[in-house]
Design a protein around this ligand. Structure first.
Ligand SMILES: [Zn+2]
Length: 578
């Protein structure tokens, strides 16, 4: 998912309209609401800045998943959803096939919001006892020894808005636009499911709406069937999918296509769905998608859903975009026809490797989704415009206000720490192990864990195996324990030697408050009057370090980390101490 910082900068363009959207979303959904007394768009933008300083705080319910939910493995969801936008109502039939992984299990626990009314529930074709309280659905097994089970739930009602949106019956210019955004744990607002990201499934989803509406979902289109004035779209996946990535868009869309041809010569359709009034803009903004897919396929490994599709659909979530598997949702205010939001498109596409194919083992590992997708923005910029673009992209994501640890960020799943510091950690890992091993790590990690889930430790093991190094300290300081940047103070003097050479004595002090000592590779660059320079790399592993460098010419300048590889605040003490 990409929650766009650009929205904060662009308030002049989007102005007060944006603010009202934020207001309505904010109020309904459990993001900390804004103050009510705001009058001007300037005040609004300030307030939005404050609200997003740490990312939206989700009211995650710690009891959402019961221990029993880890004792089952869902294999397949067959969802039939009848949409009634005028009434804001759905009628659903969910057929869930799964296996129990423990013989003594006395009930199957799933997630399902109880505001939806269950009309019928059967287990292996027999009606079964169940309880639906809050967000839990428990189906009791009595004495039946289960192995494979088939649960059928017939239900209807109006889905509750929750999280960052959940299931929405929206409207634009008098037209209906239905969409969902379930990440992290709101799929159960619209279908019963084992809503754990690591319980991946295969999916059949049949969406029925008025025949004037196009209904879109994950995977490939099996069939379109007209029944009087209602049309059913049947979508299906070949590849496993996590519940939070299962999606539905239904509106009056204009469809257009492109294609991607893989290195092996396979052709895959790219399907775009634009709102009718934004077709021209969408054609401009979506244009580079095949190039982006080719770049990431070359860099990480072949696009992982090549037998299905890639697609982009506009939706009414105005806070950013969402990487729904094979059909990214782009907020309609991010389609402007000026290629202004390329990084958003790149980010969501990159999630198809990082987050979708390689899923997070738990939400504590969310940086493996967001940090990776964010670093992919920098990699794409580098591929287009070179090293300087890599550096400037990374500097645009630099902050000295990251908070909490990257692993297990609590309720701040979508904070700048998770996105931007996550990207910086990959950038620093690249500097630590070198380009060729770094990209080998990415390709190996992808190949090993695609269509499955990976934890932070899984990633670290790949890094250690390929670099043949113990990276415990690196990941401790940046991911598990450290919450700060390196604070590096330095001072340097030149001592003239008797043979005329110059001895540079550089003293370094790490002065960060909490994390005692970072270990890192540091480049020291010396610049000379004639315009030349020389560089040396040192490994810093002490709080206080003195480095001596002997050079022939007297340098006029010393620069630490000249290529911006480190999440470090570097201060020259020469400038205020003498
Ligand atoms: Zn994202």
């Amino acid at each position: 998912m990409r929650l766009k910082k650009i929205m904060i900068i662009k308030e002049k363009i989007l102005g007060i309209t944006l603010f009202s959207l934020f207001m309505s979303i904010g109020w309904i959904t459990g993001i900390s609401p804004l103050k009510t007394s705001l009058k001007t768009s300037q005040e609004a933008s300030l307030s939005i800045k404050r609200m997003f300083a740490d990312g939206p705080v989700l009211n995650l319910n710690n009891d959402y998943v019961s221990s029993n939910q880890y004792k089952i493995d869902i294999l397949h969801y067959d969802l039939e959803l009848d949409l009634y936008p005028k009434e804001k109502m759905i009628k659903g039939i969910a057929e869930i096939t799964g296996v129990t992984m423990e013989p003594e299990l006395d009930r199957i626990d799933l997630n399902f919001y109880n505001n939806l009314k269950i009309k019928e529930l059967t287990l292996n074709n027999l009606s079964a006892k169940f309880e639906n309280e809050g967000t839990k659905l428990s189906v009791f097994l009595d004495d039946v020894r289960m192995d494979t089970f088939k649960l059928k739930v017939v239900y209807e009602g109006t889905p509750k808005l929750a999280g960052l949106s959940a299931f929405v019956f929206g409207e634009i210019d008098g037209r209906s636009a239905v969409y969902n955004l379930s990440e992290p744990s709101y799929a159960s607002t619209w279908f019963p499911c084992n809503d754990i990201p690591s319980d991946k499934v295969l999916l059949d989803i049949k969406i029925t709406n008025d025949s004037s509406q196009t209904s879109i979902s994950n995977g490939f289109l099996v069939s379109k069937e007209l029944n009087r004035d209602r049309m059913t779209y049947h979508w299906k996946t070949y590849y496993p999918i996590s519940t939070y990535l299962i999606c539905l868009y239904s509106s009056k869309y204009v469809e257009f296509e492109d294609k991607y041809i893989s290195a092996d010569g396979d052709t895959m359709p790219i399907q775009y769905y634009a709102f009718p009034n934004q077709l021209d803009e969408a054609k401009i903004d979506f244009k580079d998608t095949p190039k982006m897919i080719a770049f990431f396929s070359k860099t990480f490994g072949e696009y992982p859903f090549i037998k299905e599709k890639y697609g982009i659909a506009e939706f009414l979530w105005q806070m950013g975009a969402m990487e729904h598997q094979t059909i990214t949702g782009i907020g309609s205010n991010f389609v402007g026809g000026k290629n202004f939001f390329e990084d958003v498109y790149v980010h969501e596409l990159a999630h198809h490797w990082w987050g979708n194919a390689v899923g997070p083992a738990t939400w504590k590992d969310i940086w493996l989704n967001e940090g990776f997708a964010t670093y992919s923005e920098a990699l794409y910029a580098e591929s287009k415009s070179g090293k300087e673009a890599l550096q400037s992209t990374m500097l645009s994501k630099f902050s000295d206000e990251f908070s909490n640890t990257l692993y297990n960020p609590g309720e701040n799943l979508f904070s700048p720490t998770v996105y931007d510091k996550g990207a910086w950690v990959l950038h620093m890992l690249r500097w630590e192990v070198g380009d060729s091993i770094f990209f080998e790590i990415l390709r190996t990690y992808f190949e090993k864990f695609k269509y499955k889930s990976a934890s932070t430790n899984d990633f670290i093991h790949v890094c250690e195996n390929l670099s043949k190094r113990d990276l415990t300290k690196f990941f401790d300081q940046w991911v598990y324990s450290g919450e700060e940047n390196i604070e590096l103070d330095y001072k340097w003097i030149i001592k003239k030697e008797s043979d005329g050479k110059n001895l540079i004595i550089l003293s370094l002090t790490q002065s960060q408050e909490n994390y005692s000592t970072f270990e890192f590779k540091l480049e020291v660059k010396l610049e000379y009057d004639n315009g030349t320079s020389s560089s040396k790399i040192f490994y810093i592993n002490e709080k206080e370090t003195t480095i001596e460098i002997l050079v022939n010419e007297q340098p006029n300048q010393l620069v630490l980390d000249p290529n911006s590889w480190l999440l470090a605040n570097i201060k020259d003490r020469n400038s205020y101490e003498d």
